[in-house]
Design a protein around this ligand. Structure first.
Ligand SMILES: Cc1cc2nc3c(=O)[nH]c(=O)nc-3n(C[C@H](O)[C@H](O)[C@H](O)COP(=O)(O)O)c2cc1C
Length: 198
């Protein structure tokens, strides 16, 4: 059992980093192997190359190792802030470059009779944790909860991961330290419940 933990935040002192550390500690403390990636610290390049787009891969070993690893992970945890109702660009680039046709999904006749995507990821569960300054109810009412559609349906549903849990912690900007500690504990407990008991 190995969990891929992907963090997209530029500031090592951020709340997002604290969440990722809490999740990592909880999983490793329960004996689960964690493949941890701080995308900014690794210098992950989000810009897809022409040759990659043509399907020949890339000579960047970091990109290739990410693309190989995400297919093999038994579970996936994503941690990111809400930036303009989307993940930071570095994480969008990670999606573009690592979830590849023929590896993470393919197209063909599906069980429902339609021609469409068939998910190939090995992971059966994914946990997406994100933070924002807009509370969940307001986000849903005003903006239609775009991150839920992105992660649950367009990304993980597309790639065959059917069990997707999402945690939104908000509003960070007006939160107390006690509240942030409670959110970190909640994230850690959720990850442990999803991945440590299997
Ligand atoms: C470029 C940028 C765009 C942002 N867009 C949004 C947004 O659309 N909605 C929102 O509620 N917060 C938005 N925020 C606020 C962040 O979500 C918030 O600062 C972050 O979740 C707090 O976590 P952190 O302390 O780990 O950075 C944005 C912040 C930045 C820097």
């Amino acid at each position: 059992m190995a969990i891929s933990l992907i963090l997209a935040h530029p500031n090592p002192g951020s709340f997002n980093h604290a969440i990722a550390a809490g999740v990592r500690d909880a999983l490793e403390g329960a004996g689960v192997a964690v493949w941890f990636h701080d995308l900014y610290a690794e210098g992950f390049d989000p810009l897809m190359r022409t040759e990659e787009f043509r399907g020949t891969g890339t000579d960047d070993p970091l990109i290739e190792s990410h693309a190989a690893e995400i297919v093999e992970a038994d579970g996936i945890v994503i941690v990111h802030p809400n930036w303009w109702a989307q993940p930071p660009a570095i994480l969008k680039g990670w999606l573009d470059r690592t979830l590849r046709n023929g590896k993470a999904y393919r197209f063909g006749p599906r069980a429902d009779g339609e021609i469409g995507p068939i998910g190939l990821l090995k992971a059966r569960a994914a946990l997406v944790i994100h933070t924002s300054n807009t509370e969940q109810e307001r986000d849903r009412r005003l903006y239609g909860d775009p991150l839920d559609n992105l992660w649950r349906t367009c990304v993980f549903g597309f790639c065959g991961v059917t069990n997707v849990e999402r945690k939104l912690y908000a509003s960070v900007i007006v939160s107390s330290e006690a509240q942030r500690k409670a959110w970190i504990a909640d994230a850690a407990a959720t990850a442990k419940a999803m991945f440590a008991a299997r």
